[in-house]
Every structure is written in C-alpha cells, then in structure tokens.
Ligand binder design. Structure first.
Ligand code: HEC
Ligand code: HEC
Length: 152
C-alpha cells in the first residue's frame, strides 16, 4: 500500500514537471515574436553595419596598446585559409619559414602547450590565428568607448 502511494506521488510529481516543461517550451517557442532586444548600439541587433575593407591603409607594423596585446596584422588575410587541417599563415610565420619570407617569427608563447610544454609545432590553442589577431582596418567604432592604451 505504502508502495502504491509512493508511486502515485512520484507520478504526480513527474506529470507536474512535464507540464512545467511543456509550459516553458511554449514560452520559448513564442519568445522571438514578443521579445524586444536593444543592443548597446541602440539599434536592432540584426542591423547590418557596412565596413569598407580598407586594408593597407597604414602600411607597416603598429605599436601595441599594451604589452601583451596580440599585434594587429599589417596585411590582408582574405586569401589565407585556416581550418582543421591547413593554416596558410604558417607558410610565412612558422619558425621554419619566417626568415625566408621576411616575416616576423611566432613568439615562443605560440609554441607552448597549455601545460607549459614547449613544442616544435604551433600549439593547438594558437592554431586559429584570427581568434586573437585582426587585420588593421580604418573602421568606425560601433559603440563609443573610453579605451586608452597603457602608455597614453
Ligand atoms: C606571404 C607571407 C605571409 C603570410 C601568408 C602571412 N603573413 Fe603575416 N606578415 C608577413 C610579413 C612579411 C609581415 C611583416 C610586415 C611588416 O613588417 O610590415 C607580417 C606581419 C604580421 C603580423 C604583425 C606582427 C607584429 O609583430 O607586428 C601579424 C600579427 C601577422 N602577420 C599575422 C598573420 C596571420 C594571422 C596570417 C594568416 C591569416 C598571416 N600573418 C599570413 C607575411 C605573411
Ligand atoms: C590565443 C591568442 C593568440 C593566437 C590564437 C595566436 N596569437 Fe599570435 N600573438 C598573441 C599574443 C598575445 C602576442 C603578443 C605576445 C606574445 O608574443 O605572446 C602574439 C604575437 C604574435 C606575433 C609577433 C611575435 C613577435 O615576437 O613579435 C606574430 C607574428 C603572431 N602572433 C602571429 C600569429 C599567427 C600566425 C598565429 C596563428 C598560427 C597566431 N599568432 C595565433 C596571441 C595569439
């Protein structure tokens, strides 16, 4: 008897939580029509902002804004593929090729695994270069900000 009561209590609880889940699902399903999201830019987040790709507008390398800043890229990168298997940046920047290509060699942090082990090939966590490095481009700031470099 006790067992039967326990089972029906459990069933009731399960039904209640299923009902709750269904309710949450239907809220989720209707959310996109009702939600208003305002971005910091003050416009709908879907609004496209056109930025002209003005690469090379300032030739040459630029000073970093703070010591550990990933330097910005002084050349266009459109044609250099980076995916699971290929990384065309390494054709010039890997330590084996840099002098021949007159390119700066990757620093040792790029050859250090997350466990601090030094490797001869670029560390997996540094594989996707454009996760940290961006080409220099004269683009308008999307939002006002008060950023100042550490030496300014
Ligand atoms: C064809 C050779 C070549 C390829 C490929 C190449 N680079 Fe470069 N890169 C250079 C050269 C040469 C310089 C130095 C330019 C200068 O001093 O004005 C440079 C400079 C840089 C710098 C600036 C370093 C500093 O200390 O200021 C970064 C960052 C960089 N490249 C990243 C990349 C990334 C990321 C890719 C791939 C998406 C890439 N490069 C592909 C030749 C190359
Ligand atoms: C996780 C972020 C990150 C990734 C990914 C990354 N870098 Fe860097 N890179 C940095 C930082 C930070 C610096 C400056 C400090 C340092 O050298 O560690 C730097 C420095 C450099 C420099 C200048 C080295 C020097 O001694 O002047 C070059 C060139 C460079 N990176 C190219 C690349 C290329 C090419 C890739 C892809 C194979 C890459 N980086 C991937 C963060 C990154």
């Amino acid at each position: 008897m006790k067992k039967a009561i326990l089972i029906s209590a459990l069933l009731a609880a399960a039904t209640a939580s299923l009902a709750g889940f269904a309710a949450a699902q239907s809220t989720l399903a209707t959310a996109p029509e009702t939600a208003t999201v305002n971005s910091i830019r003050g416009v709908d987040p879907e609004t496209q902002v056109t930025v002209n790709p003005v690469y090379h507008q300032e030739e040459g390398r630029k000073n970093r804004n703070y010591r550990a800043q990933p330097p910005i890229i002084p050349h266009t990168i459109e044609k250099y593929q980076i995916d699971l298997h290929a990384n065309e940046c390494l054709a010039c920047h890997d330590w084996k090729n840099a002098a021949d290509r007159r390119a700066p060699t990757l620093s040792m942090t790029h050859y250090t695994s997350r466990d601090g082990v030094q490797t001869d090939t670029v560390a997996p966590r540094r594989w996707f270069c454009n996760q940290c490095h961006v080409p220099q481009v004269d683009a308008p700031a999307l939002v006002d900000n008060l950023f100042k470099g550490s030496e300014e």
